[in-house]
Ligand binder design. Structure first.
Ligand code: SF4
Length: 438
């Protein structure tokens, strides 16, 4: 029997990336050959995103582009866009099947049976009914052994008024503690140097589990049960960063001192309208607490620009928090209404041109803070986990507080190794330097 070739294309966040890897591995177990080049594939899985209008339009563009590149391949759509509005994708040429997030763990089986169905077909289950965490699907083939993601949780029940995620990811589902430790041990045995804990709302870890277990127990368990040199959190909501978590990060060198804490707005009225359960004062108090305990920590944030009702004064309040929080990095996004969310019908929309102007201002402030954070580390000796080597022969990697560093070294094959680097130049927030011999 001819072995079918599949390729997997991922859009959106790290959770999607993690799940794409699991999907590819599952197809391998079902006897498919996973190929990198989409042009060689008989079936192409496209794992979509719908977090903003822009993300949706990118998902549609990608599907069309892939069909033009390889018109003979069957296109199988999965992910958040499929979950939210699969019917919108069904008529795109080349699409054979549209599924949602709930189908990801059985996608290989669904595709196995595809020939028996009339195509194109829609297969999207009710994500609100999902109550279990898909079994771990461990990859055996790796392309690099630097950083690996471990998904510990799915879903969100916060229902921020602008956010579509709770509707497409469903309620909180936490991965059992023992499964997390088992996958972390497997990641360790395969030689990875950095583990990134990821999820949709990681601070809600454990809410649905019968035992009284939370994120802090997972972190302590990973420290005790593995020797992975670096353990990183992908993102944490401000209310879920307790003093106990800060103290643990401060005392444990293996926990990376980078805290990505979504801010979204620095104006209390807007935060209330967004359904965010904190004030600007709470947020600033938290950043001060983190810096007091870990002076070298990097704090980064997501900010939404132009939420309905965001006046000049409200935007100035956001700038004020940004300038007082001491961010190392900022990610900002223009607000786009998501059908089905509460904010989609809020009045007082901010005109596009004004959103663009505010976005440019926030981006330039973000660039400045990134430069300033890097500047603080100039002439210091930094420990860098090496990720890549570029065409000019410079290695590249990150410090534990997520500084991007490029450096020269005469040594070969440093990828996946820890190297001490003296930073001698700040190139727009990226540090450049030389390896220091021990
Ligand atoms: S916390 Fe809010 S923004 Fe984050 S996923 Fe949940 S609803 Fe969306």
């Amino acid at each position: 029997m001819e072995i079918k070739k599949i390729a997997v294309v991922t859009l959106g966040c790290r959770v999607n990336q993690y799940e794409s890897n699991a999907i590819a591995h599952d197809f391998e177990k079902h006897g498919y050959d996973v190929v990198r080049n989409k042009k060689d594939a008989d079936i192409i899985i496209i794992n979509t995103c719908c977090v903003t209008k822009m993300a949706e339009s990118k998902s549609r563009r990608t599907i069309r582009h892939i069909h033009n590149e390889n018109p003979d391949a069957l296109l199988v759509i999965t992910g958040c866009y499929g979950q939210r509005a699969g019917h919108e994708l069904l008529m795109i040429p080349g699409v054979a099947l549209v599924t949602g997030n709930g189908e990801k763990e059985n996608l290989a089986e669904i595709v196995d049976d595809l020939n028996e169905r009339q195509m194109p077909c829609l297969d999207v289950s009710n994500i609100m009914m999902r109550r279990h965490f898909p079994a771990a699907k461990i990859k055996e083939k790796e392309t690099s052994r630097v950083r690996e993601y471990l998904k510990i949780q799915d879903g969100c029940e916060q229902f921020c008024t602008y956010c579509i995620v709770p509707y497409v990811r469903g309620p909180v589902v936490s991965r059992p503690y023992d499964d997390i430790i088992a996958e972390a041990k497997s990641i360790e045995s395969r030689g990875f140097q950095e583990l990134v804990l990821t999820g949709i709302h990681t601070g809600f870890y454990g809410l649905d589990l019968p035992d009284d277990i939370g994120l802090i127990d997972v972190l302590k368990g990973l420290l005790k049960e593995t020797t992975i040199p670096r353990i990183r959190m992908s993102s944490l909501e401000s209310r879920e960063i307790s003093d106990e978590i800060i103290d643990l990060f401060a005392s444990e060198p293996r926990l990376c001192n980078h805290f990505h804490i979504p801010l979204q707005s620095g104006d209390n009225e807007i935060l209330k309208k967004m359904g965010r359960p904190y004030t600007r004062e709470d947020y600033l108090t938290l950043t001060k607490r983190i810096y007091k305990a870990i002076p070298d920590a990097a704090i980064s944030a997501d900010i939404i620009i132009g939420f309905p009702g965001e006046s000049d004064g409200a935007f100035e309040n956001t700038i004020d928090v940004v300038t007082n929080a001491g961010f190392a990095f900022i990610h900002s996004f223009p607000y786009s209404p998501r059908e089905g969310t509460k904010a989609a019908i809020f009045p007082h929309r901010v005109p596009g041109a004004l959103k663009d102007k505010r976005q440019k201002l926030i981006l330039s402030i973000g660039d400045f803070y990134q430069y300033r954070f890097a500047e603080r580390h100039l002439w210091q000796t930094l420990e860098v986990l090496v990720e890549t080597k570029d065409r000019e022969g410079l290695y590249q990697g990150h410090t534990d507080n997520f500084l991007n560093v490029r450096f020269r070294s005469k040594k070969k094959n440093l990828i996946g190794k820890f190297v001490r680097v003296k930073a001698t130049k700040n190139d727009h927030g990226i540090l450049v330097g030389d390896e220091i011999e021990p």
